[in-house]
Design a protein around this ligand. Structure first.
Ligand code: HMG
Ligand code: MG
Length: 323
């Protein structure tokens, strides 16, 4: 990425609205996406072309895509679990797609009804169809820290899935702490394992905030660095001086997923709360002088909490709208 720049991938219209009990009208979704784009967000997960039986909340995927066809200024990846979804997405005008695998076997079955290996086979087909049409593919990995059934997920398992997604041609891989239980103590070893097999500039982090750790996990991901080489040199002129040089060749993650108003959760991860709020992430990044191109004032006008009839899940947005 560009030094000092963090790319925010807004997932609210997809990860957020997929989890709402009451289905949000298409017109509200479209208005939300337009407001998010006008705040400067460069990428907005728009919807998912999944089975409407599994996820009635996003059954209007085609209508949403058609309504945002002419919206300029942002990219709109959509989730596609199989070729059927991919073809429907392309027919509706999608120019970018995302596939979503899991690092845990049980979660793979409850989310997409197949094993990890079967999902990777399916995704290879999607990725190759996408390549033929020059459509970029983002790869999500769920349960990178913990699975609701199996408990902690070994970092090697996450690295295995990341490598598979990278090998099939994903241009970006988003590491999802689906349950929002990670801390730097579990996130850092996971990042170490993944960056052993996939370049760090391909990676994004995707934190849910169930335990209030998301912002901290983002900060450690941005500042994450690996010491990849150690040089030792010895100067023997007068005294014996030993220099040890640590060279960090691999620097932090520069793509962060977040959701306006902290919307979200996954219908197949009971008890998991929303994603980290985009407003809070932008506020923090402004504070450490990282650029995002997002205008916080415009972002808090994204009216979705008014529509949902409950307070915003963003502390920054709540505080700013009181002033
Ligand atoms: P299945 O039942 O095994 O699929 O579901 P199937 O192939 O046997 O098909 C069953 C029915 O679904 C058939 O219809 C298909 O035509 C239809 P019927 O003949 O019964 O009328 N179907 C479809 N319809 C529309 N679009 C499609 C599609 N595919 C099949 N693409 C399937 C397998 C993957 C389809 C299902 O499990 C599914 O749709 N799952 C979606 C789950 C989902 O969207 N989860 C949330 C997103 S992941 C997430 O939130 C995590 C993330 O944010 C990161 C993180 O936080 O960790 C990304
Ligand atoms: Mg998610």
């Amino acid at each position: 990425g560009i030094p000092g720049y963090v790319k925010i991938v807004e997932v609210g219209p997809r990860d957020g609205l997929q989890n709402e009990k009451h289905i949000v009208p298409t017109a509200v979704k479209v208005e939300l996406i337009k407001l998010l784009v006008s705040s400067g967000l460069p990428v907005v997960d728009a919807t998912s072309f999944v089975s409407p039986k599994w996820l009635p909340q996003l059954a209007d995927a085609k209508d949403v895509m058609e309504a945002i066809q002419n919206v300029e200024g942002a990219r709109f990846p959509v989730l596609t679990p199989n070729l059927k979804g991919f073809e429907a997405a392309v027919a509706a005008g999608a120019k970018e797609v995302a596939i979503f695998a899991s690092a845990s076997e049980s979660f793979s079955r409850s989310n997409i009804n197949c094993s990890i290996e079967d999902s990777l086979t399916r995704y290879r087909d999607v990725a190759s169809a996408a390549r033929n049409l020059s459509i970029p593919v983002r790869g999500y990995i769920s349960c990178v820290v913990e699975c609701p059934v199996e408990g902690s997920v070994p970092p090697a398992k996450v690295a295995y899935v990341a490598k598979a997604l990278s090998d099939m041609g994903c241009s970006e891989i988003s590491l999802g702490d689906t349950l929002g239980v990670g801390t730097p103590g579990t996130v850092i070893p996971m990042l170490e394992a993944v960056t052993d097999v996939v370049p760090v500039d391909m990676l994004a982090v995707h934190f849910h905030d169930t335990y209030g750790q998301a912002m901290l996990n983002i900060l450690v991901s941005l500042q994450f660095s690996r010491i990849l080489q150690v040089f030792i040199s010895i100067n023997t002129s007068e005294y014996l001086i030993i220099y040890i040089w640590f060279i960090a060749l691999s620097m932090g993650i520069s793509t962060v997923d977040s959701s306006v108003s902290g919307l979200g959760g996954c219908p197949y991860a009971k008890g998991a709360s929303g994603n980290v709020a985009t407003e809070d992430v932008v506020y923090m990044l402004n504070g450490i002088e990282m650029k995002t191109n997002v205008e916080l004032g415009k972002l808090i006008l994204a009216f979705i909490s008014k529509h949902l009839g409950r307070p915003s899940g963003s502390k920054a947005a709540t505080s700013m709208s009181k002033v």
